[in-house]
Ligand binder design. Structure first.
Ligand code: AMP
Length: 218
């Protein structure tokens, strides 16, 4: 089974993706996480991508599509995968279809997490992340047991550079302009399943599971 998670920044894609991957034994392929690793390791791709990421703009398609071709080919031998943060515009969705066609592979369902813009700003500016295991917290809505450190491994939490108000505003605009149209792209293919992304992590997880079951068992 191969899944796509769609939704605005701050919708909870990463949090839910981790749980869904554990449950169905899928590999999470999160473009943002992969790009941040490239930035940290100062690879050629990292150097080219840095200014786009820090400004909240999309990294150019040719770089992303090459990276994803490599990641999907590398991971598909392990079984199913979940694409988190890709595709992010129609050209990427079309490139993904071509790639899957070449590989004789397919997407089973695209889960669309819906959260109103009014909620996203607060979620993103209050987000804190563990550098080691990637767990996301929120200063108010989901604080760690001990202030500033991860519950799982005691690492000091950090704030992503693009989680400030100005960059978040741009990321939300980019989402509306460039990424939202691909919801229609997957609706037309009969693959989109909408989930209300406002509620507890457990409630949303259950809704996603119901969606997956309705597609995969039909
Ligand atoms: P994320 O962690 O998904 O919020 O992504 C962080 C940043 O990485 C985005 O704001 C973009 O600059 C870049 N990025 C992630 N995925 C993509 C993609 N599929 N296409 C272009 N840029 C991306």
């Amino acid at each position: 089974m191969n899944l796509i998670f769609l939704g605005p920044p701050g919708a909870g894609k990463g949090t839910q993706a981790k749980r869904i991957c554990d449950k169905y034994n899928l590999t999470q392929i999160a473009t943002g996480d992969i790009l941040r690793e490239h930035l940290k390791n100062e690879t050629g791709l990292g150097k080219k991508a840095r200014e786009y990421i820090n400004a909240g703009n999309l990294v150019p398609n040719d770089l992303i599509i090459d990276m994803m071709r490599y990641e999907i080919e590398k991971n598909r031998s392990k079984g199913g995968y979940l694409l988190d943060g890709f595709p992010r515009n129609v050209a990427q969705a079309e490139a993904l279809d071509e790639l899957l066609n070449d590989l004789n592979d397919k997407i089973d369902v695209a889960i669309v997490l819906n959260v109103p813009n009014s909620e996203l700003m607060a979620r993103l500016t209050g987000r804190r992340v563990c550098p080691s295991c990637g767990t996301s917290y929120h200063l108010i809505f989901n604080p760690p047991a001990k202030e500033g450190v991860c519950d799982h491994d005691g690492e000091e939490l950090f704030q992503r550079k693009d989680d400030n108000e100005e960059t978040v505003n741009n990321r939300l605009e980019v989402y509306t302009k460039e990424t939202k149209p691909i919801i229609t792209y997957y609706e037309k293919q009969g693959l989109a399943h909408h989930v209300d992304g406002v509620g507890s992590v457990d409630e949303i997880f259950n809704l996603i599971n119901e969606g997956i079951d309705s597609f995969v068992n039909n």
